[in-house]
Design a protein around this ligand. Structure first.
Ligand code: AMP
Length: 588
């Protein structure tokens, strides 16, 4: 396939502000692909060359890209930098230089998708001596033969500035339309994708084996399964009711979720976002080999740092320090981890995800041998609200976050937030019971003091997986320091787009719209009804956060589709009403 087709599609995607059009533009590109190259399009659309779990990232810094531009077009670095300052986008710089050049050279080989993809793949995996020069050469090689429009995207891909905001669900839907003729098949594709979190793999299976092949997709050792997620309920009574009078209840640990794969001596450890984190957990790897009595297995647990002296758990921040400042070995020594195993998906070649929780738990108990590092999550079978409440209270007393109620009969539902798991946490009455993770979809330039920073607040949204859209819920202007605002503006300007993104549903206008990409965590006093916001829209009004304040900067561990969902927000709104009623009763 010629790369021109891809570049033209990117341009059309950039221009549209309609979600359905987004799907049909993409579908028409997919329908021109075949099983040998469809995965290339899928990855490039997301600025990658491989699935996230492989850890293979293109990741070229701007300076190297400037160098490649300078070499490809035979202009001084200073000239490239000057143009960059003027145009604010290296993609446009390359486009401009390519169009100057085009007037002079008539003969250049048309670029193919395959060549572009392969060069990027080689850039991502290059190593050894002279690696920097090699990467620059590979990029310059593409730019030399690129048309102006192609040059724009060839430059934007390695620096992560495609700004297309295409999520997994959009791609799955477009693949369904292209190959099976109907959006409804997105569900089948999604099921396959939940088993193997690799869109390229799913696309290839679809193109090679059709719907039947897709329906046969099973978990694969070494490729992470998309994790099951929990709903939240407003009371223990509600949980019991939803569970039909009986359920399992497990302690909810505030740690780091890990999905562990083992194939003989080989162990992989994946994060909740399905990144390969094996290198960070040598202690857990070793414990898996020691304590797990199954050669081929996929299971899940929560890792949490604890104090060996007192047996107390450390807060989440301490657990993840390992990721940041500390050397891994040192952290493993200073803050040893415990892994509380809570589910199993695959044992000795058999996919056990469809077995009911009760049976999976039994398997887990059989394969995990007692030991220092790995333990089973603490749990009871609760019959009735009283037993559930006693367990919840004993968990909270011991400093745990709360409980996870699990339906005894339910299968492991990968990649979805379903009522098979319901979380229930401590409630703080002065504020909402929980923080909310929102996606930034635009920003405001700010007035008064803030005007000099050029940013005064952001327009924030929750995610609606049913329609794959982001619906606004708040303007967030407090909680950031001045330095954070400056940094935030810099990040957002890199992903600014000229109009509202097609996946954003908003009644408000932002001063600057951005690709939905960054997640921040906010706290609010209350959720109220508001005609201005589109989240939880009931025909007249939506839901809004009252006095929202950021309690985190941009979350590196969450993508836009990991934000709080619209359904969760509605549930929190209900929960808050419930707490209010209880408070009212208390005061009489
Ligand atoms: P939340 O992050 O608040 O949506 O809660 C869901 C998370 O709780 C999961 O992703 C796990 O990381 C964590 N968790 C802690 N303990 C358990 C448990 N026993 N079962 C399932 N998830 C747990």
């Amino acid at each position: 396939m010629e790369f021109k087709e891809v570049a033209q599609t990117f341009e059309r995607l950039e221009r549209t502000s309609e979600r359905l059009e987004l799907i049909s533009i993409l579908a028409s590109l997919f329908s021109k692909a075949d099983s040998s190259n469809v995965h290339m399009i899928v990855y490039l659309l997301q600025g990658r060359v491989s699935a996230p779990y492989t850890g293979i990232e293109i990741g070229l810094g701007e300076k190297l890209v400037e160098e490649a531009i300078s070499r490809a077009f035979g202009v001084e670095r200073g000239e490239v930098e000057k143009l960059y300052k003027e145009l604010g986008d290296l993609g446009l710089v390359a486009e401009k230089l390519a169009s100057n050049k085009k007037q002079m050279t008539l003969f250049s080989e048309p670029l193919t998708l395959e060549r572009v993809y392969n060069n990027f793949y080689r850039i991502a995996t290059a190593s050894g001596q002279g690696v920097v020069d090699k990467k620059v050469r590979l990029l310059a090689d593409l730019l030399k033969d690129a048309s102006p429009l192609e040059a724009r995207y060839i430059v934007r891909i390695p620096i992560g500035r495609l700004r297309l905001g295409i999520g997994d669900a959009t791609i799955l839907e477009a693949l369904a339309v292209a190959k099976l003729g109907d959006r409804v098949y997105r569900e089948d594709l999604e099921r396959a994708y939940n088993y193997v979190s690799d869109l390229g793999y799913v696309a290839r299976v679809l193109f090679e084996k059709g719907l039947e092949g897709i329906r046969e997709v099973k978990p694969v050792l070494g490729i992470p399964i998309r994790p099951a997620l929990a709903q939240r309920a407003s009371s223990l009574e509600e949980i019991m009711q939803r569970m039909g009078g009986e359920c399992a209840a497990e302690a909810k640990y505030d740690g780091f979720r890990l999905q562990i794969h083992r194939d003989g001596d080989k162990v992989w450890i994946f994060s909740r976002r399905m990144e390969n984190m094996t290198g960070l957990f040598p202690d857990i790897t070793e414990a898996v080999l020691r304590q797990v009595k199954a050669e081929k297995v996929i299971f899940e647990g929560e890792a949490i740092a604890y104090n060996e002296e007192t047996g107390e758990f450390y807060p989440f921040q301490v657990t993840i320090q390992r990721k940041r400042k500390y050397g891994v070995e040192k952290a493993a020594e200073e803050y040893p981890l415990k892994l509380f195993a809570f589910d199993v998906m695959y044992v000795e070649g058999e996919d056990v995800m469809d077995k009911p929780y009760k049976e999976r738990r039994k398997i887990l108990e059989e394969i995990i041998e007692k030991g220092e590092t790995i333990e089973l999550s603490e749990r009871i079978i609760a019959r009735g609200v009283k037993e559930l409440r006693d367990f919840f209270e004993s968990c909270v007393e011991r400093g745990l976050e709360g409980i996870m109620a699990k339906s005894l009969k339910s299968p492991y539902i990968a990649g979805a937030r379903k009522w098979a798991w319901i979380k229930y946490k401590r409630v703080m009455k002065s504020q909402l019971s929980d923080t909310i993770d929102v996606v930034i979809v635009g920003y405001y330039k700010g007035r008064g003091q803030r005007a000099k920073l050029g940013i005064g607040g952001v327009l924030a949204a929750v995610y609606d997986p049913k329609t794959d859209t982001f619906k606004t819920v708040a303007k967030v202007g407090s909680g950031f320091t001045e330095e954070q605002f400056v940094e935030l503006k810099r990040l957002l300007d890199e992903i600014a787009i000229p109009h509202k993104h097609p996946r954003v549903v908003s009644k408000l206008e932002a001063d600057v719209w951005v690709e939905p990409k960054y997640v921040i965590t906010v706290l609010a006093d209350e959720i109220t009804r508001s005609p201005n916001h589109t989240a939880g829209w009931d025909g007249e009004r939506g839901l809004a956060l009252r006095f929202p304040r950021a309690v985190s900067f941009v979350r590196e561990d969450k993508g836009p589709e990991d934000a709080t969902t619209e359904e969760e927000l509605i549930e929190m709104y209900r929960q808050q009403k419930h707490v209010k009623v209880e408070e009212g009763e208390d005061s009489y």
